[in-house]
Every structure is written in structure tokens, then in C-alpha cells.
Design a protein around this ligand. Structure first.
Ligand code: ADP
Length: 678
């Protein structure tokens, strides 16, 4: 037994208690064991400790022991609430009695067995605790092991991640290269193919001399093979355009009914008059107007209908369009053809996948149509799916938003370029990529420039007839055209020659750009700060607004200069009232920033002087103050100045918008061509 006996149990191991009582039987002293065991206190009558009904026997013991020696007097006292038998000896002591009680054996044995019971319970508890501790340790060891394993797998996962990142990067690079190669090669293919097809057509034309029947057959083969190749090249080109994100959205507003009508016209020639397959077009229920890329929707549906016709031997092919939930349009092409087994429903959308079938051998196809169609569907913001049962037919569903999500954004872009913001120097940006246009807009948002976005050379020409921009930023490789001609046109024309022009494009054509007169050439992508700095520098040679700051405080002048950095405003500064008035007369600025408190003159004096001179009378003044103005001062100033501006609230945006407001009030800035005075 290793567990120590708990202190409260000690007293059970001694059998005796000693007490002294006074004449009345109250306890005057008890030894330590008596106090602990009987929980008696001095002054307490001993009979109170007697078990119920045995008090008299205790009283008699006290009375006897007061007068004579007593031996073996058994009384029952309460120990911890339990009756226990004590054999008392007693003797007279100082008028009272001295008593020594001894627990009788059977009670002692009971106490001991209680102790040993408690001890064994404790030991069991101890064993259990030890067992639990061992278990805990085992679990802790297991956890540590697990932790180590986890860390190792973590390290592994991290390495894998890094490898995956690398692979993804190289895949992306490979995909880019593939797209570029495919796009270039396809382009190169198209020219000779055009010639081959043209020559074949020439040869087949009887007007150009007759061929033998055999020769005719051969040339016809050349022609059909050429056409198949041409189709493949076109599909490849479209696909690579989609993959490289180069496709352009050309939204149109059109009705589903007109659209299906035109489609019917295009597809009908594919169905011979005596064909066992009927091509049906269902009239859309109600007026259904779409605003999306009609040509791309048409491309998808033409492909679906031509597939359906290819893989349907009897029955019908039905085309329908209807409004679907969430303002979408659901186009369906249903056929009663050979169908597609379920495990191939996804595969057929992969490039170059064709399903083995006797029919397949008879029909033409590149295996690219559905892959391209699905890309087109995604480009239109929708999806292309199939439901089909072999032997029963297929239904292809094109689900697209009725209005393409980007249409709204584009409309607002075009609208914005129609309205010139007063006091902002317009910058014509010719760029076919919408994202890049938005980026330019975002970059110039907080500057004194306004982007006039145009996406084609034609639009650019039209805009130039209305506005003379402070600068032109242009890409040269546009969708379907280049703008080299436009650049030389700009620089060859007296009226536009001086407009600073920045060419920004993907390919290094600096020589050509400079030779045609570009003032600057940059490779994409454009960095915001660089662009602002460049525009500000270039715009200085164009129509700019001159601003004069009259303020004695160097710090305020510096702050204003910083706020207006990289904007098309040219600043001059005066530290005193008289100098300010002199500069205003000499330079005739478009706008004056005037400090309210000047050391030599009050702002009112300066204003009076400016108003008195016809040269400076109409120059708008922004009163710039750090002082709380009196109402009366405010009223007087309000009459004579354009705007009152608190210095502490000044930010770049506030400064620019106030300058614009002030210039607008005087009618300046609305016609940028006349923006410069003097
Ligand atoms: P293809 O130029 O060969 O038609 P697609 O990508 O358009 O290429 O189609 C891929 C394959 O999917 C087809 O070759 C054909 O096996 C199967 N398929 C497409 N449309 C249908 C259809 N309506 N019915 C049965 N099979 C079809």
C-alpha cells in the first residue's frame, strides 16, 4: 500500500478520548482526539454528546465520577452522527470529574474496517487514475505520431501544390502558344485555300473552257475537299479566338421571330425537296426581343441544325425559341435521329470527337462544331446541353441571357463618350478590347481627363469631328482592322496633326508607329501612374487649362501642386496679392485659386482689382480658405467668386471636380477646342 492515510482518518486509529467536566457535567477540556472525534467544545454538556435515550447514563457517570473512581462505565456517544460505545474510567477532579473513554472493540473493529474500506476504495481510485493517466499518455503519444504524419503529408501536399502550380503555368503557356500557333497557321491557310477554291470554281465554269467528264469529277473533288478544309480552318480559327479571349461581342437588338425566319432561309437549302426529314421552325410564343450577339447565336443554331439533319434519316428536325426563367431565352433543336448514348453526352462537346456509326461515315464533319458551339454559348453567358436517347433522337438546348450582361455596360460606355464633362480634358481612346477600355476609364477616373472610348476607326473618326481631344491613345491591332491608316491620316491632316498620340499595342511596332507620326509608343500592359504622367505631359502641348494660385503659404501652394500633379492643368503661382493680379493680367489663366487671407491685401481687394480690369474680369475664382467665414463675408464672396473651398477638406477629387464646376460655370471646357485663352 503506497497511499498515505488521509489525516481525517487518523483519529479512528486511536481508541481513547480524555475529557474533564465540571460539577454540572459541562466539558471544560478535551484532548485533541476527543475534540476531533466527538466534535465537542468547552462549555458543552457531555450529555449532549450521548446517543438519543442514553443521556441519563452519561449523567450518572458524571455524578459518580465527581465523588469516586469509576471503571468500565459504558456509554454511547455520537461520533460523526453514528452511535459508538465507549467504556469510561473516571475520577473526581477539581470538583468535577476527569474521564477517559475507550472505544469498545467491536466498534473499533467497525471503524477500522470502515477505514480499510475507504482505503481500498482510495487505492482503487488511485489505480483507476493511474490507468487513466497511462491511457492519456498513450493517446498523447498516438496524437504526436498522427501529428508527425500530418506534418509529413502537409509537406507533401505543399510540394504537390508547387508542382501543380508549375504545371498549370506551363499548361497555360502551352495553351497560349497553341492558340497563337493555331490562329496564325489558320490565317496563313486561308489565303491559299481561297485561291484553290477560286481556281476550282473557275475551272468548273464552262465559260472558261470545257473539261472532260473525268477532269470535272477531279476538280469537283478538289473543290469539296477544299471546302471541307476551309470549314475546318474557320472552326479552328473561331475556337482559338474563343480560347484566347479575343472574341468580340457585337450585340444587336433582334426579335426571336425574325431570327428564326432568317435561320429558316439559311437552312432550307440543306433539305432536299424529297427528303424524308422535315425541317420545322416553331413560331415563338409572343414577342421575344433579344439583345445579344446575333451572329454567334446563329452560328450555334446553324451548327445544331446541320448536325440534326446529318444524323436524322427520317422524321423531323424542330427548332424553337421561348422565354425561360431569369430573363433567359431557351433555343432548342430537337431531332428524331439516331440519338447519342448517355456516356457520350459530354464527350461530344470535346474537340475532334465523333461518334462511331454507319451514318457518321457518310457525312462530313470536323468534330469541332459542338466544342465551338459550347464555347460560343458560354461567351454569350449561357450554356449548351444535350438530352438524347439512342434510336429515338436528340434535343440540344442553348440557354442564354435575353440581354447579354455586357450590353448594358457597353451602352453606358458609348453614351458616356457622347457627353463631354466640362473642365475635363478629353482623351480619345481607340481600343477594341472592352476590358482594356474599362481599365483606361478607371485609371483616368480620378484625373482631370475624360476617356472618350471608341472601338473602331470609324467611331474614332466620327468622334474627332465633334471633339478635339487633348490626346489620343490608340491600339493598332483592332478586331478585323488595323489603325495604321488612321494614324497616318491623323498625322497628315493639318487639323489633327498636333494632337499628341500615344500608340499602345501588344506587338513591338515602334519603328512603324514613330514613322507614321506617333508621339509615343508603348507595349501593353499600361501602368496607371505612367499613363497619367504621360498624358499630363502630352496634354500640355494640346488644349489645357491654365490655373493661377494666389496664396502666401508655401505649404498650401505645394499641396495644391501635388494634388493637381498629372492632370492637364498648368499651374502658375503668386505669393502676394499684387503679384497675383499682375500674373492674372499677363497670363490670363482660365481659373484662379485665391487664398482668403493674404498678408498685404484682403481677398476682397484682389477680387475688386480683378473685376475692375476687363482682361481679368471674367476669370472664375475659387476662394480657398482655412478660416470659418462670417455670414456677411460669405454672402459678398458668393457674388464675386465661383466657389468657396475649405482648405482642410481639399482632396484630389474635390479639387478636380471644383475646377470643372468653376470652368463649367463660365462656359469654358464645354468646347475643348476653345479651352485656351489669350
Ligand atoms: P461534326 O463536325 O463531326 O458534326 P460536332 O462537334 O458538331 O462535329 O459533333 C460531334 C459528334 O457528335 C458528331 O460527329 C456526332 O457523332 C455527334 N452528334 C452531334 N449532333 C448529333 C445529333 N443531333 N444526333 C446524333 N449525333 C450527333
Amino acid at each position: 500500500m503506497t497511499t498515505p492515510i488521509p489525516a481525517p482518518l487518523w483519529h479512528f486509529l486511536s481508541r481513547e478520548v480524555a475529557l474533564v467536566c465540571d460539577a454540572s457535567g459541562s466539558i471544560t477540556w478535551g484532548d485533541e482526539r476527543a475534540v476531533r472525534m466527538l466534535e465537542c467544545t468547552p462549555g458543552q454538556p457531555l450529555r449532549k454528546l450521548a446517543a438519543q435515550g442514553t443521556e441519563d447514563k452519561v449523567d450518572r457517570l458524571i455524578t459518580l465520577a465527581r465523588d469516586e473512581r469509576v471503571e468500565g462505565w459504558e456509554v454511547i456517544l455520537c461520533v460523526g452522527g453514528m452511535p459508538r460505545t465507549f467504556a469510561f474510567r473516571g475520577a473526581p477532579h477539581e470538583g468535577g470529574s476527569a474521564l477517559v473513554g475507550s472505544l469498545v472493540t467491536e466498534d473499533y473493529a467497525a471503524s477500522l474496517s470502515q477505514v480499510s474500506e475507504t482505503m481500498s476504495e482510495l487505492a482503487a481510485l488511485h489505480r483507476e487514475t493511474e490507468r487513466q493517466q497511462r491511457e492519456l499518455k498513450r493517446r498523447a503519444d498516438e496524437l504526436a505520431l498522427l501529428n508527425r504524419d500530418l506534418e509529413e503529408s502537409n509537406r507533401g501536399v505543399r510540394t504537390l501544390h508547387a508542382e501543380l502550380d508549375e504545371k498549370t503555368e506551363s499548361l497555360v503557356r502551352a495553351a497560349e502558344i497553341k492558340s497563337r500557333v493555331v490562329a496564325n497557321v489558320s490565317h496563313e491557310f486561308r489565303t491559299p485555300l481561297h485561291s484553290i477554291l477560286g481556281l476550282a470554281r473557275l475551272l468548273l465554269n464552262p465559260a472558261n473552257g470545257s473539261l472532260t467528264v473525268e477532269q470535272q469529277k477531279q476538280v469537283q473533288f478538289i473543290r469539296t475537299s477544299g471546302e471541307a478544309l476551309f470549314e475546318l480552318v474557320n472552326d479552328l480559327l473561331d475556337l482559338s479566338k474563343m480560347e484566347s479571349g479575343k472574341a468580340t461581342l457585337r450585340p444587336l437588338r433582334f426579335s426571336a421571330s425574325d431570327f428564326l425566319g432568317a435561320l429558316r432561309g439559311m437552312m432550307r437549302p440543306l433539305v432536299p425537296v424529297d427528303s424524308p426529314v422535315e425541317l420545322r421552325f416553331e413560331e415563338p410564343p409572343g414577342e421575344l426581343l433579344l439583345e445579344t450577339d446575333e451572329a454567334k447565336v446563329s452560328q450555334v443554331l446553324r451548327n445544331l441544325v446541320s448536325n440534326a439533319l446529318k444524323f436524322t434519316e427520317t422524321g423531323h428536325v424542330t427548332v424553337s425559341a421561348e422565354l425561360a426563367p431569369d430573363d433567359r431565352v431557351c433555343f432548342q433543336v430537337r431531332d428524331t435521329g439516331i440519338g447519342i448514348s448517355p456516356e457520350l453526352h459530354e464527350r461530344i462537346f470535346e474537340e475532334f470527337t465523333q461518334v462511331e456509326s454507319p451514318l457518321q461515315k457518310k457525312v462530313k464533319g470536323t468534330g469541332l462544331g459542338l466544342a465551338l458551339s459550347r464555347r460560343l454559348a458560354e461567351f454569350l453567358g449561357g450554356s449548351l446541353t444535350v438530352q438524347s436517347t439512342p434510336g429515338r433522337g436528340s434535343t440540344f438546348t442553348l440557354l442564354i441571357p435575353r440581354v447579354h450582361p455586357e450590353v448594358e455596360a457597353m451602352v453606358s460606355l458609348a453614351e458616356r463618350s457622347q457627353h463631354l464633362e466640362p473642365g475635363r480634358a478629353p482623351v480619345l481612346v481607340l481600343e477594341d478590347d472592352r476590358q482594356t477600355l474599362f481599365l483606361y476609364e478607371k485609371y483616368l477616373e480620378r484625373s482631370g481627363f475624360q476617356v472618350l472610348p471608341v472601338r473602331t476607326v470609324d467611331e474614332a473618326r466620327r468622334t474627332l469631328q465633334r471633339v478635339r481631344p487633348a490626346a489620343i491613345v490608340m491600339d493598332v491591332m483592332l478586331e478585323g482592322e488595323t489603325s495604321w491608316g488612321f494614324l497616318s491620316e491623323l498625322k497628315g491632316n493639318e487639323a489633327t496633326r498636333d494632337i499628341p498620340t500615344l500608340v499602345v499595342t501588344l506587338m513591338d511596332r515602334e519603328h512603324k508607329a514613330r514613322a507614321l507620326g506617333a508621339d509615343e509608343f508603348w507595349l501593353k500592359p499600361v501602368v496607371e501612374e505612367q499613363l497619367l504622367r504621360k498624358l499630363a505631359a502630352m496634354a500640355r502641348t494640346g488644349p489645357v487649362h491654365k490655373l493661377l494660385i494666389i496664396d502666401d503659404d508655401d505649404v498650401h501652394r505645394y499641396l495644391l501642386r501635388q494634388l493637381l500633379k498629372d492632370t492637364p492643368y498648368v499651374l502658375s503661382e503668386a505669393a502676394t496679392g499684387p503679384e497675383g493680379i499682375r500674373l492674372a493680367r499677363e497670363q490670363r489663366p482660365d481659373l484662379i485659386f485665391l487664398d482668403f487671407v493674404l498678408p498685404d491685401m484682403t481677398a476682397f481687394d484682389v477680387l475688386d482689382d480683378l473685376k475692375a480690369d476687363p482682361i481679368t474680369r471674367d476669370i472664375p475664382v475659387i476662394l480657398h480658405t482655412s478660416r470659418q467665414l462670417q455670414e456677411e463675408e460669405r454672402q459678398r464672396l458668393a457674388k464675386e467668386t465661383a466657389i468657396i473651398l475649405a482648405k482642410h477638406t481639399l482632396s484630389r477629387e474635390v479639387a478636380i471636380s471644383r475646377i470643372r464646376d468653376a470652368l463649367h460655370k463660365t462656359g469654358l471646357g464645354t468646347n475643348q477646342g476653345e479651352g485656351r485663352r489669350g
